[in-house]
Design a protein around this ligand. Structure first.
Ligand code: SAM
Length: 282
């Protein structure tokens, strides 16, 4: 059946009016396809700074207590200091501590299949993103108080002593930017028992190898949901925060006792929605 949508009808008329295949093609590519894509992307494109502010505001307005934000893979602190500024801008510096984890030596050595670029064998190289812990610490200490940098491999810096602090300062945003599957795995192996339900988990390199679940952070997401990191846990894609990406998830942890506490409960015994009118309008 012929497509009678307004868009295709418009194209059909343009095809009749415009002379020759070259002009038709040039006009279509530059004056229809490009602006259409531009508008679509403007509205729907994921921009990773947005959800920092959205998540902080959500927890600030809804839940009691103090919180932690954790970033794994800090390098020179490009995203780390933006998170710190967000806590300052939203007047949450007293409630939120931002933790950064990195060796600061750059990407570790790995020959694991799960870490390799499958498209052109052009993956990250050992030492890439090497940065200075001291420079970053100096920069942050002159501007902020609510942060802590943890230098070393994730499996060494996620100590029991540190993990216990997350009971009083529950994680609300965990930012995974260490690229490799093996590094991501080493984080979750330690951290899972301390991640409360509702915590936002962001994967910066989810689209590595087009998001193939053979490799990278996407593999870790799949394995968590298959139960390979233990029972009773799940990562649910948050469509509102992810927009056109698959990067932002909510953690579900049925094993943990610690829960967020609302300022005001959502449900009360005497709640009832009263009838208004019978049209679709409220
Ligand atoms: C892509 S960079 C981080 C970029 C950073 N988030 C930014 O905003 O610019 C990845 C970082 O992960 C760190 N990294 C990777 N695997 C690690 C591991 N197992 N332990 C500690 N650091 C690791 C590397 O040192 C590197 O600095």
């Amino acid at each position: 059946m012929a497509d009678k949508s307004g868009f295709i009808t418009l194209l059909r008329y343009l095809g009749m009016i415009l002379p020759g295949d070259f002009i038709k093609t040039f006009f279509y590519l530059n004056f229809i396809a490009k602006p259409r894509k531009f508008i679509r992307l403007c509205l729907d494109s994921f921009y990773r700074m947005d959800h920092i502010y959205e998540v902080l505001s959500e927890f600030n307005n809804t839940y009691k207590g103090n919180f932690s934000v954790l970033e794994f893979g800090v390098a020179d602190g490009y995203a780390f200091t933006k998170k710190l500024y967000a806590t300052h801008y939203l007047k949450m510096s007293e409630r939120v501590i931002v933790h950064g984890f990195d060796t600061f030596d750059g990407m570790p050595d790995t020959d694991a299949q799960e870490d390799q670029d499958m498209v052109a064998n052009d993956g990250w190289v050992t030492g890439q993103f090497k940065a200075s812990y001291t420079n970053l610490d100096n920069y942050c200490s002159q501007r902020y108080k609510n942060y802590k940098l943890h230098q070393g491999y994730f499996e060494d810096t996620l100590t029991q002593e540190y993990l216990d602090t997350l009971k009083d300062s529950m994680p609300i945003l965990i930012w995974i930017d260490c690229d490799y599957y093996t590094s991501t795995k080493s984080i979750f192996e330690k951290l899972i028992p301390f991640i409360p339900t509702g915590c936002v988990i962001y994967f910066d390199e989810y689209e590595f190898n087009f998001g193939s679940t053979f490799t990278g952070e996407a593999r870790a997401v799949k394995e968590i949901n298959e139960g390979k990191f233990g029972p009773g846990i799940e990562l649910i894609l948050d469509h509102t925060l992810s927009l056109n990406s698959r990067r932002v998830y909510r953690f579900i942890n049925s094993n943990i006792e610690n829960q967020f506490q609302r300022y005001k409960p959502l449900n009360t015994k005497d709640e009832l929605r009263l009838r208004t009118n019978d049209s679709p309008l409220p």
